[in-house]
Design a protein around this ligand. Structure first.
Ligand code: WTA
Length: 628
């Protein structure tokens, strides 16, 4: 190991970890990849076994466990009902207002079955896509699982998105049925969701039914013959507690999840029942090291991939107990998280660097008020973690005894790709090494491996079961976005810059394309720019990310106003509001600068790199392609 900060695991951690050795199992998994995944898959139950572990006859559209019959719900719920796990707690939920709800696996099955029967009675069939736009309440999870159970495809839209983004996603998924709630609680206030749905559904030819869960009880507008209260439906005989789980092909779609790319509209990544089950199961078990005695809190929103994989499916397939919290981390006081960790005896905490930095800002005295010694493992996800936040997490939250599992992955990868096992010596800020069965490299634009400590493009060299199967209804985009750049090698190109160090540890540097990570949320510059241009004053716009001490990155926008447009004093705020209104508060620019021109290539592409370098007072680099 190099001379920089290295944190070695204690004997206790080494003894307790599920996987005790990396090198030989990694070697085995790379030399016998199909056998390795078959062995992992055999830990799950299948209605009928697969003929082939992987079918690569239509690259880069890989198919996993081909021929197998399954349903992720069988492994997430049904299987547990035959064992003592049926009486185990599946999850504990605390509302921001202190409400408490607890569900055993048996109760979870009942809730999911009822929801599934309601969806069926509303005409939802196998293969239909249902959009879910909900606060973090138990029904959000029941809704997702109910879709999967009847073979419908869920498309969860994060509740922080505004009507424009939501409406676009509902239309793209052609959802006949949309599930929402009247609202949710955040920072002691009601976040209105139903009225956003109402606006999003104007001029929508697809949606015939909106199921609304009552959470806050405020007055909302219900459209007759379209909108139904969930509790009304649940009291009808159709909402029986018995429901068969639909038998699916391993390769059938489980969910769509829209995510931002560097160009155009967000794309719907499609994940399937079989491969995704195996991958979330294995990564949860080996990297997050979840065990029967754990209580895991993935403090993320179920509306993002982290929630799908490590709040919902990964923990349930492992028969684990999860904790869920509805609201803001500092409500009513900045000790809220630590109080809940103490109260519920949380053992694994998995969250984002932004959340850690946010809590760090309040100071350690809030942490010290509580006995959080139940924690044994900490995880990080969504953006690079800066060493200062890493150390605070390690020392103050983990009391120097919890390994920090810094997990690099994406919506597209379905689960962790690069992350340490708990037994690894750790370096703050390094996601360390690839997971079993996955080969990664850091290469230059021609595909040559770069030298240690030199920056390059991260690539994944071989397929893995958690990978998305495709982009929803857009074959070309799947190829174009991820596979074109290294087509000749058949490598997956995630769009991140990275480097290796002298110990062969990987350090993720950040996005190398026009995707911005703000507080761990993924946004496309193209979407922000198009929101700005939709304002009557704006002729052209460019958005870039600049480092921000709390959010990781913040959005800086540059706009050219239309000729003759009279600048008002409040124009900057008006433009910021425009973005918030159309996309949601996470996309709100930090600053907007009015400019006369934007740096462009001769072919008219905005050179965001130049804007960024200038804003930071750095050398703008090679600008030979810049037009005058
Ligand atoms: C970034 C989130 C550094 C990365 C699971 C990736 C990270 C994008 C890490 C995917 C990490 C995620 N260290 N960067 N541990 N985890 N990223 O699809 O840029 O919302 O490409 O998935 O987040 O974002 P997404």
């Amino acid at each position: 190991m190099g001379s920089e900060d290295v944190y070695y695991p204690s004997q206790e951690v080494l003894d307790y970890a599920t996987v005790k050795e990396y090198n030989s199992l990694y070697k085995y998994s790379i030399e016998n990849t199909e056998a390795f995944w078959a062995e992992q898959a055999q830990n799950l139950e299948w209605y009928e076994p697969w003929d082939k572990v992987i079918d690569d006859s239509d690259k880069p559209f890989y198919k996993w466990f081909v021929g197998a019959k399954t349903n992720i719900i069988h492994n997430a719920i049904d299987r547990h009902l035959k064992t003592a796990t049926r009486n185990k707690i599946a999850f504990v939920w605390e509302g921001e207002n202190g409400d408490l709800r607890v569900f055993s696996y048996h109760a979870l099955n009942r809730e999911v079955s009822q929801f599934a029967n309601i969806l069926k009675s509303m005409g939802v069939k196998k293969g239909d896509t249902v959009t879910i736009y909900m606060p973090q309440i138990p029904e959000q999870i029941f809704a997702m699982l109910a879709c999967a159970k009847i073979g419908a495809v869920h498309s969860v839209v994060y509740a922080g998105f505004s009507y424009e983004s939501l409406g676009e996603r509902i239309k793209a998924a052609k959802s006949k049925v949309v599930i929402t709630a009247d609202g949710g609680f955040r920072k002691g206030k009601i976040v209105d969701l139903k009225s956003i749905i109402n606006v999003a559904l104007e001029d929508n030819p697809y949606t015939q039914v909106v199921i609304t869960v009552k959470r806050t009880g405020q007055n909302v507008e219900m459209v007759s013959d379209r909108d139904y209260w969930y509790h009304d439906l649940k009291s009808l005989p159709i909402a029986s507690i018995k429901c068969n789980t639909e038998v699916m092909e391993s390769t059938d779609p489980l969910f769509l999840l829209y995510t931002s790319g560097s160009t155009g509209k967000p794309k719907g990544l499609v994940h399937t029942h079989g491969g995704y089950s195996v991958y979330t199961y294995s990564t949860m078990k080996m990297l997050l090291d979840v065990k029967s005695e754990d209580r895991i809190w993935t403090a993320a929103d179920p509306g993002w991939i982290t929630g799908h994989s490590y709040i919902v499916y990964g923990p349930l397939i492992n028969g684990a107990t999860m904790f869920l919290y509805e609201g803001a981390p500092n409500h009513p006081y900045p000790n809220r998280w630590w109080q809940m960790i103490e109260k519920y005896g949380i053992t694994i905490l998995y969250t984002s660097p932004t959340a850690i930095r946010g809590l760090m800002r309040f100071g350690e005295s809030w942490v010290k008020r509580h006995d959080i010694s139940s924690l044994r493992l900490l995880g990080s996800v969504g953006e690079p973690i800066n060493p200062e936040a890493w150390k605070w997490y390690y020392e103050v939250v983990g009391n120097k005894k919890c390994p920090i599992i810094d997990t690099w992955w994406q919506t597209e990868t379905g689960g962790h790709i690069i992350a340490p096992l708990p037994i690894f010596p750790l370096k703050p800020g390094s996601a360390t090494k690839p997971f079993f069965g996955v080969q990664v490299a850091v290469v230059d634009d021609d595909g040559n491996q770069v030298q240690p400590n030199e920056q390059g493009n991260l690539v994944i060299k071989n397929p893995w079961p958690g990978m998305a199967c495709c982009v929803h209804e857009d074959r070309e985009r799947w190829i174009e976005t991820y596979w074109k750049k290294y087509e000749k090698f058949g490598w997956y190109h995630p769009g991140d810059a990275a480097k290796y160090d002298d110990d062969n540890y990987i350090w993720i540097i950040g996005r190398s394309d026009d995707v911005i990570k703000v507080s761990g949320y993924r946004l496309g510059t193209a979407e922000i720019e198009s929101a700005l241009v939709s304002h009557p004053a704006v002729a052209e716009a460019a958005a870039i990310a600049l480092p921000h001490s709390l959010k990781g990155n913040a959005i800086y926008a540059y706009v050219i106003l239309k000729k003759d447009f009279a600048v008002t004093a409040d124009l900057e705020n008006e433009l910021k509001d425009q973005v918030t209104k159309l996309m949601g508060p996470i996309a709100r620019p930090e600053s907007i600068t009015l400019v006369d021109s934007l740096p462009k290539t001769r072919s008219g592409k905005i050179m965001r790199r130049v804007l960024k370098a200038r804003a930071q007072g750095l050398d703008v680099g090679d600008i030979s392609t810049l037009e005058e």
